[in-house]
Design a protein around this ligand. Sequence first.
Ligand code: CA
Length: 231
Amino acid sequence: MNAAIERRVLVVEDEPTIAESVAARLRAEGFVVELAGDGPAAVAAARRTPPDAVVLDVMLPGFDGLEVCRRLQAERPVPILMLTARDDENDMLVGLAVGADDYLTKPFSMRELAARVHALVRRATKTAAVDPGQDFLRVGDLEINRAERRVLRSGVEAQLTPTEFDLLLHLAERPRAVLPRERLLAEVWGWADASGTRTVDSHIKGLRRKLGADLIRTVHGVGYALEAPRC
Ligand code: CA
């Protein structure tokens, strides 16, 4: 395998100063960066050359980042880091609901941004390399194909975002074990601090919506556990 394999990041931001500094930092980190300044341009760019990750501002001309996120995830799931205004928690929650994997509130440090993008890309790359003997995981009526990143419940396939898939896999590999939200945040998202545990809650909500409310049990004040459903 080529060690210097290119990782492409699409940066979607209409404020030139922010766009340029984000691009410069990511290029310095070794990524190939493409810029888009509005919603339609972002969707077109991702279609032309599928990126390995997307840094996506919410407030954009054309249509906004939430709509970009919806369209990208509907076409080809890709890890997305959403940039939201500091005082707009609603954007963050809606963003996670429409398939963003992570978010940063403005203003953010370039160091933090780079760390988050590395974590997203690393996760996507790591999960792509799978031991062929370990492709299938079955827990009750839940069937997970790691290599193809497909999930079926009672034979019906669910369309999960990359992060929802990783989160489900994490829980399914340890059925019935209670996994603290902080641990899920660290292991699935690669974050060390617990300030983003609502991110975990939001993705759990997505999994329940797509796979059934009975699949994941909430252990109040602690975290979540996958219940092994009966076949
Ligand atoms: Ca903007």
